[in-house]
Design a protein around this ligand. Structure first.
Ligand code: ASP
Length: 446
């Protein structure tokens, strides 16, 4: 009977991931359990480590990184680790759980003291939260070290992981799998970058062939603009993976930018939802959609870019000029962001931090291999991406964008629009960064 149930449920698996603020204390654990139990299809649950309960609070992951930093000093380690332990004990007590983790705590503290490593220390936040959540929900616990695999060079091994994960999930009708970490071929723990539980959720969704990946957080969806710059920006109802990728790359947070890949590969939609307001529909992230009702889906930007300007008469006729310039950057380990060019001019946009140690070498090398007439580097550029699937073939979008900037007295230093036509990127002076976003938002949020 049990296996029949498993088979009939198979079509409607949902993978649900909860962020740190959704699991910061016992009260939030209860809200999470109500959400999970609210739909039978919510069979695989991915927890983050407990986040902040109030503004000045510490995230457990940050405390664990601190444990690692002070690990040579036993007394300091004891003090910081006791704060970690207290967070979990409060949750266990608040939930009235019959769960004794003292052996786990002792083992973790001792392993950190005995050089188990930075990633191991950080991963214990998700591990312990997973153990508690599994117990509270009555779900199986699957340790991420057994199912998430990295290669020897430290990169995530997506295919091996998918095979192992899919096989393992078949043996568990319902399970909690802690986010953020996995293991190296030699068995040591390795984490993704910060916020990486989003990636784990996406990996599990792909392996479970889920109909939906729900990513529960503390905001009611993906916002059309940065709320630190725009007051109360609207929530995006529907966004495609491609648009999201552009906006995340340009600094929009909510979802880890690498979390898109596993589900995108499998065509599984992601629903960003708010644990504190589960009735809100949130944002649906989908492979494609016919909904082209708004021209601009979102706006995001970053400061800290530099422009490498190169000029040379008859540059257009010199075969291989661009290649030689880019080879210099490649040799010096600098990747470029954009590459707008004229007939005898070329501008290359790079991250200012990336060129900090090799500015003069870039100039010297390019002078040597290309002999330009003018070459210089200008700093202080900010990039703003205006992204929208509705832009394709829509007339007047660029005109509106430039008029909005002109009316706000903002000079546009660079323009980049690919022929895929769903993203216009402009470069402005860093001092105009916020004003430009406000002007653009006001123009398109109508
Ligand atoms: N706990 C980890 C962090 O704070 C991973 C996560 O929450 O996704 O970055």
């Amino acid at each position: 009977m049990a296996s029949q149930n498993l088979a009939s449920n198979q079509d409607a698996v949902k993978v649900v991931k909860f962020g740190g603020s959704s699991l910061a204390d016992a009260e939030h654990f209860r809200m999470v359990a109500d959400i999970v139990r609210g739909e039978d299809s919510r069979r695989y649950v991915i927890p983050s480590a407990p986040g902040k309960r109030f503004k000045e609070d510490d995230k457990v992951t940050d405390l664990l990184y601190k444990c690692y930093e002070v690990s040579a000093d036993r007394a300091a380690l004891k003090e910081v680790f006791s704060r970690v332990r207290e967070r979990y004990e409060l949750i266990i007590e608040g939930l009235g759980l019959d769960l004794d983790l003292s052996a786990e705590y002792a083992m973790i503290e001792s392993s950190i003291a005995h050089h188990a490593g930075r990633d191991y220390a950080a991963s214990r936040g998700e591990y312990l939260n997973g153990v508690i959540l599994a117990k509270y929900l009555g779900y199986d616990f699957i340790d991420a070290v057994s199912v998430i695999r990295f290669s020897d060079n430290g990169s995530f091994d997506s295919e091996l992981t998918n095979t192992i994960m899919a096989e393992t999930l078949k043996r568990h009708e319902r399970a909690v799998i802690p986010g953020f970490y996995g293991s190296m071929p030699n068995g040591t723990v390795k984490t993704f970058s910060r916020g990486g539980s989003d990636i784990t959720g996406s990996i599990v969704a792909r392996a479970a062939d889920a109909v939906l990946y729900e990513n529960w957080t503390d905001v009611s969806g993906f916002l059309m603009a940065d709320p630190r710059i725009i007051d109360n920006p609207s929530v995006i109802n529907v966004i495609t993976y491609k648009e999201l990728r552009e906006l995340s790359y340009m600094g929009a947070t909510v979802l880890h930018q690498d979390a898109i890949f596993p589900v995108r590969f499998a065509g599984i939609p992601i629903n960003i939802k708010n644990t504190n307001a589960p009735e809100c529909p949130g944002t649906m992230i989908v492979p494609t959609t016919d909904d082209l009702s708004s021209v601009v889906t979102g706006i995001a930007g970053k400061v800290g870019f530099s422009v490498l300007n190169i000029e040379k008469d008859m540059m257009n006729a010199e075969l291989g000029f661009g290649r030689r310039v880019l080879e210099v950057l490649e040799r010096l380990g600098v990747s470029f962001e954009h590459f707008p060019s004229g007939i005898d001019t070329m501008s290359i946009i790079v991250n200012t931090n990336d060129i900090a140690s090799c500015r003069q070498r870039i100039i010297d090398e390019i002078c040597r291999v290309c002999e330009p007439e003018v070459i210089n580097i200008e700093d202080g550029l900010a990039l703003i991406a205006v992204v929208g699937r509705g832009m394709v073939k829509a007339k007047g979008t660029a005109a509106k964008l430039f008029k909005a900037c002109a009316d706000a007295d903002i000079n546009i230093r660079m323009i980049d629009q690919g022929s895929s036509e769903f993203n216009i990127i402009i470069g402005v002076d860093a001092k105009d960064f916020e004003r430009a976003q406000k002007a653009i938002y006001a123009e398109f949020e109508k």
